[in-house]
Design a protein around this ligand. Sequence first.
Ligand SMILES: O=P(O)(O)OC[C@H]1O[C@H](O[C@H]2O[C@H](CO)[C@@H](O)[C@H](O)[C@H]2O)[C@H](O)[C@@H](O)[C@@H]1O
Length: 567
Amino acid sequence: MSQSQYSEWWRRSTVYQVYPKSFKDTTGNGTGDIKGLIEKLDYLQNLGIDIVWLQPVYVSPQHDNGYDVADYENINPDFGTMEDFDELVKELHRREMKLMIDIVVNHTSTEHEWFKQSISSKDNPYRDYYIWKDPAPDGGFPNNWQSKFGGPAWQFDEGSGRYYLTLYDKTQADLNWENEKVRRAVNDMMLFWAKKGVDGFRMDVINLISKDQRFPNDDGSVPPADGRKYYTDGPRVHEYIKAMHEEVFGPFEMVTVGEMSSTTLEHCIRYSSPEEREFSMTFNFHHLKVDYPNGQKWELMPYDFEAMKRLFTHWQTGMQKGGGWNALFFNNHDQPRALSRFTDDKVYRVESAKLLATTLHGLQGTPYVYQGEEIGMPNPVWNSIDEFRDIESLNMYRILCEQGKSPEAALSILQERSRDNSRTPMQWDDSRNAGFTTGTPWLKVDERYSDINVQKELENPASIFHHYRKLITLRKEYGVFTEGVFKRLDDGHPEVFAYARTGDGEALVVVSNFSSKEITFRFEDSHWTELLPSGRDELLIGNTTDTPALTQELQLSPYASYMWLIR
Ligand SMILES: O=P(O)(O)OC[C@H]1O[C@H](O[C@H]2O[C@H](CO)[C@@H](O)[C@H](O)[C@H]2O)[C@H](O)[C@@H](O)[C@@H]1O
């Protein structure tokens, strides 16, 4: 990729992800709302955010917290009104910030009018908007595909004696993208939002929209044997995305990010290379599966640090060579908090949060900050299954118990894995309910809110918030964050992740100790002579009170992390 191709504004931007249900409630109904987000825009501007990604606020029965859309062009009253939405766009633009909204079109809610029509009769004009199949000859499911939320991926309709496909919850019916009318309707819906002034889209599990039309049984040759190899990065997916670009993303100069489930580097290069005219960038999840034994999310193991570093290296190097662009993230609304998962959220909480931030923000790509990450919110402590709200967690708890796990064992798995870990309300201050709501919060507030909250973070210049703020500023200041070529420098060190980003006349070096031990780290001679002391070094940011110079041998305190600039 030539240097000029790095010129798009969103490559130097930072995105903030808002889970609206848990951000800020202004009505006292216990659920966050659009007005609450507007109230906090100055806070996000102060952090240095360029783009706000607002998760689904459309009309929805909320079985999957908005990822089950019943009406794509209206706002769910719990979140506010269309006037509130227009006000949000205006207020963001007044601050020179952009808005990215979530587009969920692999599936709709079964309460969507299209589905209601589709299920009403075999000859309804909307019948073919969804994927209907006859039972297998033995009367069972059409094939052995499994839902990502547990159980078979097919739901039986008594009325017609046929099954419809649901890769997620049984109330989320997969759209039939082979139907040209579906593609037309989705583009029209996206044009509706583009014309409203929305600047970008985050496309939910968009690489699952094209299914292998043979709908074969999964023979189990590639685990997990749940059918994903027949619909992930499927046969026509690039064709469909190119058509969206042609008609919507391109003409409106949008910034777009595709959420790519269980994808490959090769596909992500295609999805995000400018010349392919598909998306601006992609999310992949491989680095967040390094604590899944044999790919099993609902089993526990300590995370594999070396695998994580290998995966970052693979994606950094591969996307760079292939001309693709990564969306960088450790946290989102589907993941437990990285702080609790990969570092120490108790003794070294502050150091750990800063270490994760520095390590991620030094990489090539566009960084995403998920609400609460910038103040070091850890996983909450869960005391009972009754505290959970997430449909996937509740399904899996039932399945784990049916498989013979004790309720205590199942609960301890949810403690580590549940998506609710990252969905607890935002902690604004030390008042009741952390200042999130005056009512009863829809999901419990973490008990540690009087210590961990925005107000405290803003007051302390050495806080996690101010660390993020500085990283976001540095990215805008130095071109090497955008352009620098990645090289891993730790040579398999069991505790340290070290890398360089080498650009035009300047280089970044990042060294992070992912352990609670005091350690000595020494760069191998080859790295040191070839790459490192090629000029004057300056410590750009660190998470200790020390300001070490870059030397071949470094003493690193627990969870110490430093970033130097060499020029
Ligand atoms: O783990 P992967 O197979 O790589 O998939 C990535 C994520 O996909 C799903 O997330 C998104 O779609 C869901 C259905 O619309 C929605 O519930 C979720 O909130 C979306 O972000 C999956 O649910 C996640 O667990 C995966 O991480």
